[in-house]
Design a protein around this ligand. Structure first.
Ligand code: CMC
Length: 387
C-alpha cells in the first residue's frame, strides 16, 4: 500500500544474501568465493572452479581427484533421453532442446529429488555438471545428422566435450591442448555472475520448492534471450551483417540512434561500467587461439577488432561506459574452434549450470521463503460486467 519500492529491472533491489560471487562493476572486479577471476583463469580449471563455487573452498588434491571422479562417473545420459531428440526437427534451435531435455531429467532421477536433503542436492549438482556437455554435444550431432558420441571418461572435461562435438565413430578427434584450454577457459569465465536474469530465475523457481532440473531448465530459458546469454550468438550475427569493415561506421551510427532499436551486441553491461574483467582474459585467449589456428586474418575477426577500436574511441560509448563484454570475444573464439553459432548460448548454459546450481543449493541451505515480487497496478478500477 504505497510501501513498496518501485524498481523496474531490479536495478537497486537485493533479493538475497549470497557468499558465492562478488562483483564491483565500477572497478571491474569479479571474485568467485573471494578469488579474483584473473587468478582462477591462470591457475585453475573449470572443474576445480565448480568445486569452489559449490563448496566455498578450493579442493585439496585428494578432494579434487574425488570430485573429478564423481562428476566423470555421471557423464552418460539415460539412453531414453536420446529418444527425446527424435521428436525435434533437425533445425530446432539447440536451446529449445536443452530446455526440454534438462527439464526432462526430473523424470529420471527420483532417487535424488529431496531438496531438503543436502546429499540429494549434491548428487543433482554432480549429475548436472556431468551431463550438460553430453546433452549439448548431442544437440549439435542431432542437428547435423551424425550419431551421438558417448563421453570418454579418460579425457578432461573440455577435451571430452570437444570430442563429443567433433569426433565420429569413424574418426577419432583430439583437440590441441591450446583449444581444449581455451574451451575450458570459456566454461570457467562463464561459471557464475551473481544475480543475473537467469540465476535470479533459478533462485525464484527454486524458492517454490521446484526440483533442481526444472529450476535449471528455467535458467536455460531465461539465458536464451539476446540481452543475456543469447548475446554471443547475436555478436556473430551482427558481424556477419556488417559484412565489411567499410560498413562499421554505419552500424555505429545506428547503435547511437535513439530511434533505432539496434544495439552493438557484445557491448555494455548492467553491472560493469568499466572493462568486464572476463573480457580482458577472453581477449588474450582469443589472440592465442587465432594464432594457434593461423587465422588472425579472418575477415569477421578483422571486423570485430576494428569495431572494438572505433567504439572504444566514440564519445557515445565512452560517456555511457559501454565496453566490450565477455560475449564479444567468446563468440569469436568459438567460431574459430569451429563451433556453430547456434551452439554458443548452449555453451554458456553448460558453463553457467554450476553457478545456477550453487545458488539454488545456497538458497536451500539457508533460511528462505518463496520469492514474490509486488507490482504497481496501473489497470482499470473495479467495474461492473456489462448487463
Ligand atoms: N549499444 C548501443 N547503446 C547501448 C548499448 C549497446 N550495446 N548498451 C547500452 N546502450 C545505451 C542505451 O541505449 C542507454 O542509452 P541512453 O542512456 O541514451 O538511453 C544506455 O546505454 C544505458 O543502457 P541500458 O539499456 O539502460 O542498460 P542496461 O543495464 O539496462 O542493459 C545490457 C545492459 C547488457 C542489456 C545492454 O548493454 C545491451 O543490450 N547490450 C547488448 C547485449 C549484450 O551484449 N548482452 C550481453 C551482456 S553480458 C553477458 C551476460 O551477462 O548475459
Amino acid at each position: 500500500k504505497g510501501l513498496f519500492t518501485y524498481d523496474p529491472g531490479f536495478v537497486s533491489t537485493a533479493a538475497c544474501e549470497s557468499k558465492i560471487t562478488y562483483i564491483d562493476g565500477e572497478k571491474g572486479i569479479l571474485l568467485y568465493r573471494g578469488y579474483p577471476i584473473e587468478q582462477l583463469a591462470e591457475k585453475s580449471d573449470y572443474l576445480e572452479v565448480c568445486y569452489l563455487l559449490l563448496n566455498g573452498e578450493l579442493p585439496d588434491p585428494g578432494q579434487k581427484r574425488k570430485f573429478v571422479d564423481i562428476v566423470t562417473n555421471h557423464t552418460m545420459v539415460h539412453e531414453q533421453i536420446s529418444y527425446f531428440f527424435r521428436g525435434f526437427r533437425r533445425d530446432a534451435h539447440p536451446m529449445a532442446i536443452m530446455v526440454a531435455c534438462v527439464g526432462a531429467l526430473s523424470a529420471f532421477y527420483h532417487d535424488s529429488l529431496d531438496i531438503n536433503d543436502a546429499h540429494h542436492r549434491e548428487v543433482c549438482a554432480y549429475r548436472l555438471i556431468a551431463k550438460m556437455p553430453t546433452l549439448a554435444a548431442m544437440c549439435y550431432k542431432y542437428s547435423i545428422g551424425q550419431p551421438f558420441m558417448y563421453p570418454r571418461n579418460d579425457l578432461g572435461y573440455a577435451e571430452n566435450f570437444l570430442r563429443m562435438m567433433f569426433g565420429t565413430p569413424c574418426e577419432e578427434y583430439r583437440p590441441s591442448p591450446v583449444l581444449a584450454r581455451a574451451m575450458d577457459l570459456i566454461f570457467l569465465l562463464h561459471a557464475d555472475h551473481e544475480q543475473n536474469a537467469s540465476t535470479s530465475t533459478v533462485r525464484l523457481a527454486g524458492s517454490s520448492g521446484a526440483n533442481p532440473f526444472a529450476c535449471i531448465a528455467s535458467g536455460i530459458a531465461a539465458l536464451w534471450g539476446p540481452a543475456h546469454g543469447g548475446a554471443n550468438e547475436a555478436v556473430l550475427a551482427m558481424l556477419q551483417e556488417i559484412g565489411d569493415e567499410s560498413h562499421i561506421p554505419e552500424f555505429i551510427e545506428r547503435a547511437k540512434d535513439p530511434d533505432d532499436p539496434f544495439r552493438l551486441m557484445g557491448f555494455g553491461h548492467r553491472v560493469y561500467h568499466n572493462f568486464d574483467p572476463r573480457a580482458k582474459v577472453m581477449k588474450a585467449s582469443c589472440d592465442q587461439v587465432l594464432s594457434e589456428l593461423g587465422i588472425d586474418n579472418e575477415p569477421l575477426l578483422q571486423i570485430a577488432k576494428q569495431l572494438e577500436q572505433i567504439a572504444l574511441q566514440d564519445d557515445y560509448f565512452v560517456k555511457r561506459k559501454l565496453y566490450p563484454n565477455v560475449d564479444f570475444y567468446s563468440g569469436i573464439i568459438m567460431k574459430a574452434i569451429g563451433i556453430p553459432t547456434s551452439m554458443f548460448t548452449v555453451i554458456f548454459a553448460l558453463s553457467r549450470t554450476i553457478g545456477w546450481i550453487s545458488h539454488w543449493n545456497e538458497f536451500h541451505s539457508s533460511p528462505n521463503r518463496i520469492g514474490r515480487p509486488r507490482q504497481l497496478y496501473t489497470g482499470e478500477k473495479q467495474r461492473d460486467y456489462p448487463a
